[in-house]
Ligand binder design. Structure first.
Ligand code: GUN
Length: 181
C-alpha cells in the first residue's frame, strides 16, 4: 500500500493519481472516486469518507445493487482461490476468515448460500467492526429482514467499509506542523 497522504497532499494530488489511490475504496467500483475527486478540497478524512458514502447513496437503485453485488462472499470461493482485492483480503484476514476450521467454513458456506437464496446478493458487513462470531450471528439475524431492509443495511455497511479504507489511505493531518516549520 502506498504511504498515507496528508489532507493537503490529497487536495493537491493530480486527478489521475487520486483515482488510482482511491479507486478501491468502493469494491470493484472505481467510478465513485470520480465523483469524490470533483468534491475537493476536503477538510477532514471523515469528509472524504462521507463523500464516498453520499456518492453511493445518491446513485440509482440498479447501480446500488451492482455495487453490493461487487462484494465477494466472506470466506467464499474468491477468497479460497486467492482472487480477492487487496482491501477485501486484508479485511477478511483481520477477522480470521482466512484461517477457519472446516466446521466454520461449512457454517459460512451455509449462511452465504441462504443469504444469496433469499436476497440475491452477497452478505456484506463491515468485517473490521465485527469479530468472526459477530459476523456469523449478524448473518443469521439479517436473514430475518426484508429485501428492502437488507439493501439499505448493505449500503450502510459499505459506507463503514469505505470509511475504514479511506482512513487507511489518509494519514494524521500534519498541516499545522508543516505550517509552523
Ligand atoms: N466486509 C468488508 N469487506 C468485505 C468484503 O470484501 N465482502 C463482504 N461480503 N463483506 C465485506
Amino acid at each position: 500500500m502506498p504511504t498515507a497522504l496528508s489532507l493537503n497532499e490529497l487536495n493537491a494530488l493530480p486527478e489521475a493519481e487520486f483515482l488510482e489511490r482511491f479507486g478501491g475504496v468502493l469494491e470493484h467500483s472505481p467510478r465513485y472516486a470520480e465523483a469524490v475527486v470533483a468534491g475537493r478540497p476536503y477538510t477532514s478524512a471523515e469528509a472524504v469518507a462521507g463523500a464516498f458514502y453520499r456518492a453511493a447513496m445518491g446513485d440509482d437503485q440498479h447501480a446500488q445493487l451492482a455495487l453490493i453485488r461487487a462484494h465477494p462472499d466472506l470466506a467464499g470461493k474468491a477468497a479460497l482461490a486467492g482472487e480477492l482485492t487487496a482491501e477485501s483480503a486484508g479485511e477478511q484476514a483481520s477477522a480470521g476468515l482466512d484461517r477457519l476450521t472446516p466446521g466454520e467454513y461449512a457454517e459460512f458456506h451455509r449462511l452465504n448460500a441462504a443469504y444469496h437464496e433469499k436476497f440475491e446478493m452477497p452478505y456484506v458487513v463491515c468485517v473490521r467492526e465485527h469479530g468472526k462470531a459477530g459476523i456469523l450471528a449478524g448473518a443469521a439475524e439479517r436473514l430475518g429482514h426484508t429485501p428492502e431492509q437488507e439493501r439499505q443495511r448493505a449500503l450502510y455497511e459499505i459506507g463503514r467499509i469505505a470509511r475504514l479504507r479511506v482512513l487507511d489511505l489518509i494519514g494524521p493531518d500534519v498541516e499545522s506542523d508543516r505550517g509552523n516549520a
